[in-house]
Write a protein that binds this ligand. Sequence first.
Ligand code: PGA
Length: 251
Amino acid sequence: MRKNIVAGNWKMNFGLDETQDLISGLKKINKTSDAEVIIAPPFTNLFSAFESLKNTNIGLAAQNMHESDNGAFTGEISAEMLKSIGVNTVILGHSERRAIFGEDENLLTEKVNTALKHGMRIIYCFGEELKDRNYGEHQEVVGKQIANTLYHLDADAWKNIVLAYEPVWAIGTGETASPEQAQEMHAFIRKEVKHEYGEDVSESLSILYGGSVKPGNAEEIFSKKDVDGGLIGGASLKAEDFMAIVNAFKK
Ligand code: PGA
């Protein structure tokens, strides 16, 4: 069966002390849901987070990685570097990486391939812009985003793929897709993946929703059949809010 997952994308927030404070806060709050919990602090705090999270049920992800194994890429971080400090999951394709840092589908395909080659799990983000939704093209856009970067993979590789549907218009805006809009898109995605890979892959695939998820709206979004958790930005920066979202998962 597919896993329920709640992941916190801290983005470019927090130095060492604040990271440790937030982790201590998370550890103090009881987890009452069955969801897997992951946090993604910035690179500089991943190792200290790894040390602090030993013997807890909170996992770690990186927010990005370079597509090459090593070499003259000043300022970049490789899959092996992440793995060497105990980080086995990476977020790829976030809309901020696409829009601000110009990551296109060719580059993301390379990153996906490199992460999988190194045995990493990928939380793969995608989502339409408001104009796509206004034109009624949101499903077509999302279908292509997934197909162009993931459909070259063989079925077995999908064991290491988690999808995160994040409509760009809902990220950091306070605007959330309605639970019905999220369910509609998640069902569409699962149907597309089933068409390409069959039911075993599509039914075991976790599809997260991201975009202004808060303690007040998480339960309703997570109650939808094809929503298997969330990728949380702003609300992952406060222990109480993040754990309230984790615990909103009643499945
Ligand atoms: P948000 O961010 O929860 O602050 O909207 C979500 C994300 O960017 O992953």
